[in-house]
Design a protein around this ligand. Structure first.
Ligand code: K2U
Ligand code: ZN
Length: 173
C-alpha cells in the first residue's frame, strides 16, 4: 500500500473528465487500496482517482468521523447519480486538492447512486447527510468539477491565486 501525492489546484488533470473503468483486475484493487491509504493519511473522508493523477472513474469514501468507531471504507467504480432530492443542504466544503480553503456549497441533501464494486457487481444505495455531500463532491472530481466551481468568480480567482503561490513555495522546497 502506498500513500500517493495529491495533485494541487490548478492542475489540468483536475479539470479533465475521467475514463470509465473496464478492467476489474488486481491493479484496480491495488489502486483502491492506495487511494484509501492516501485518504486516511491526508486525513480526508473522500478521494477521487484524478486527485492522484489517475484519470479513471473510481472514488473512495469513509465519512465515519469518530476515530473510535469502526472504519467504513467504500470503493465506488463507475458511479452514477440516478436520483437526487429536491431538498438541498448547504455544507462548508473543503478539498484535499485545494488545501485550507473552504466555501459554502449547496447540493441535494439525498442522492441515489449506482456503481460497480471491486468484484464487478452492480451496487445501488441512497446517501444522505455528510455521505451525500461527499459522494457528490467525489463524483464531481470524476467530471473535472471542483467545489470552487460553485462559488463566485472573484472568490474562485482569489483561491486559485493562493494555490499558485503555495505551489511556487512548494517548488522552492
Ligand atoms: O475530495 C476531497 O478533496 C476530499 C474532501 C471530501 C469532502 C469535501 C467536502 C465535504 C465532504 C467531503 C475533503 O477534503 S475530506 C476532508 C473533510 C473532512 C471532514 C469533513 C469534510 C471534509
Ligand atoms: Zn475534493
Amino acid at each position: 500500500m502506498t500513500v500517493r501525492p495529491i495533485l494541487i489546484h490548478p492542475d489540468p488533470r483536475l479539470k479533465k473528465k475521467a475514463e470509465p473503468v473496464t478492467d476489474f483486475n488486481d491493479a484496480l484493487r491495488v489502486l483502491s487500496e492506495d487511494m484509501l491509504e492516501t485518504m486516511y493519511a491526508a486525513p480526508g473522508i473522500g478521494l477521487a482517482a484524478p486527485q492522484i493523477g489517475v484519470m479513471k472513474r473510481i472514488l473512495v469514501m469513509d465519512c465515519i468521523k469518530d476515530e473510535d468507531a469502526p472504519k467504513q471504507p467504500m470503493v465506488l467504480i463507475n458511479p452514477e447519480i440516478t436520483w437526487a432530492s429536491d431538498d438541498q443542504n448547504t455544507y462548508e466544503e473543503g478539498c484535499l486538492s485545494i488545501p485550507d480553503q473552504f466555501a459554502d456549497v449547496v447540493r441535494p441533501s439525498e442522492v441515489e447512486v449506482t456503481w460497480t464494486n471491486l468484484e464487478g457487481d452492480q451496487q445501488q444505495q441512497k446517501f444522505d447527510g455528510l455521505w451525500a455531500t461527499c459522494v457528490q463532491h467525489e463524483i464531481d472530481h470524476l467530471d473535472g468539477k471542483l467545489f470552487i466551481d460553485y462559488i463566485g468568480p472573484l472568490k474562485r480567482q482569489m483561491i486559485t491565486r493562493k494555490m499558485q503561490k503555495l505551489k511556487r513555495e512548494m517548488a522552492r522546497g
